[in-house]
Design a protein around this ligand. Structure first.
Ligand SMILES: NC(=O)c1ccc[n+]([C@@H]2O[C@H](COP(=O)([O-])OP(=O)(O)OC[C@H]3O[C@@H](n4cnc5c(N)ncnc54)[C@H](O)[C@@H]3O)[C@@H](O)[C@H]2O)c1
Length: 286
């Protein structure tokens, strides 16, 4: 039997990128998938893709920066399927929305802070708030929150993103102890640089920059959405039934390197490859 057979799973930001691959993976293993996204066209495309492989998927238009939309996403799913087993809280506009939250404490505008924190952190509180009573009725469930290597490592100009992603790790741990007694596990994933459809379009214009970027990783490659989807599927499965409150780094070893050695390796790379165009997205948000 498929490992997510009979499960109902909501994926925010499930139209494309990491969420898109997670929706396809959970559907492949038998889950009924609900894609909750602001982008209707891309969601419908992903749903077609899932259905053409024999999967089951629906769409609910959702802007996770809006509280009523999150409640509606949960109510819609429960009314339609009478249960919710998995909630993957992943939505954030990495490509299109990046500039809205870029800056430090001095430069970032208050409305950008409010928007960023609403999508990155408040949405996770609200999704959990509305789904937990339903999961309790099912005798359990699994919540996976999308963190980042930026939850633990800092970069200039990333105040809002990094505050939000650090909050994801803290909330995940707090929620895990709170709802563990009800059979609800709450985990997070901290991806390294994942070349989504949107980021591929950026890198296609700068192949030498991508090679330099890949060299930063101990495994000498950047990630693909399926790397994260595999983690999502595992954390939501019975195989992970003793894992909760954990943030799983899926980053090809990026965050375990000694920084001095890493810096020297990249300097050597440029000496050996002087024509490298090092200007490209330096992190997932640009
Ligand atoms: N790509 C990376 O390198 C990377 C690395 C670490 C963490 N992450 C995290 O993974 C998650 C997904 O990233 P991605 O690269 O797949 O992004 P993406 O931009 O490729 O896809 C994001 C999806 O979320 C949707 N979305 C955006 N704003 C929304 C909103 N307000 N409400 C509902 N849906 C919304 C978009 O329409 C899109 O379908 C994000 O939380 C991101 O911070 C990404």
């Amino acid at each position: 039997m498929k490992k997510h057979h009979h499960k109902v799973a909501i994926i925010t930001g499930g139209a494309q990128g990491i969420g898109g691959a997670s929706a396809r993976k959970l559907a492949l293993y038998g889950a009924t998938v609900i894609i909750a996204d602001i982008d209707e066209e891309a969601s419908k495309k992903n749903i077609k893709n899932i259905q053409s492989s024999g999967g089951n998927a629906s769409f609910i238009k959702t802007d996770v920066s809006k509280s009523p939309d999150i409640k509606n996403m949960i109510d819609f799913t429960y009314e339609k399927f009478k249960r919710i087993d998995i909630l993957v809280q992943n939505a954030f506009p990495v490509i299109s929305g990046a500039s809205r939250v870029y800056g430090d404490a001095v430069s970032v505008k208050e409305e950008e802070w409010d928007y960023g924190i609403s999508v990155l952190a408040k949405a996770i509180y609200l999704g959990t708030k509305h789904v937990v009573p339903i999961m309790k009725q099912n005798d359990g469930g699994s919540i996976v929150n999308m963190a980042s290597v930026h939850s633990i490592l800092q970069e200039p100009g990333m105040l809002v993103y990094e505050a939000g992603k650090a909050a994801v790790v803290g909330m995940t741990r707090q929620m895990a102890i709170e709802y563990g007694p009800y059979g609800i596990r709450v985990n997070a994933i901290a991806p390294g640089h994942i070349v989504s459809e949107g980021l591929k379009a950026v890198w296609d214009k700068n192949p030498s920059g991508l090679k330099f970027f890949e060299n930063q990783y101990p495994v000498r490659r950047t990630g693909i959405p399926d790397d994260i989807a595999n983690g999502v599927s595992f954390l939501c499965s019975e195989e992970a039934s003793f894992i909760t409150g954990h943030t799983l780094a899926i980053d090809g070893g990026l965050t375990i390197q000694l920084q001095e050695q890493f810096g020297l390796r990249q300097a050597r790379y440029i000496m050996d490859n002087p024509d490298t165009n090092v200007f490209g997205p330096s992190a997932e948000e640009k």
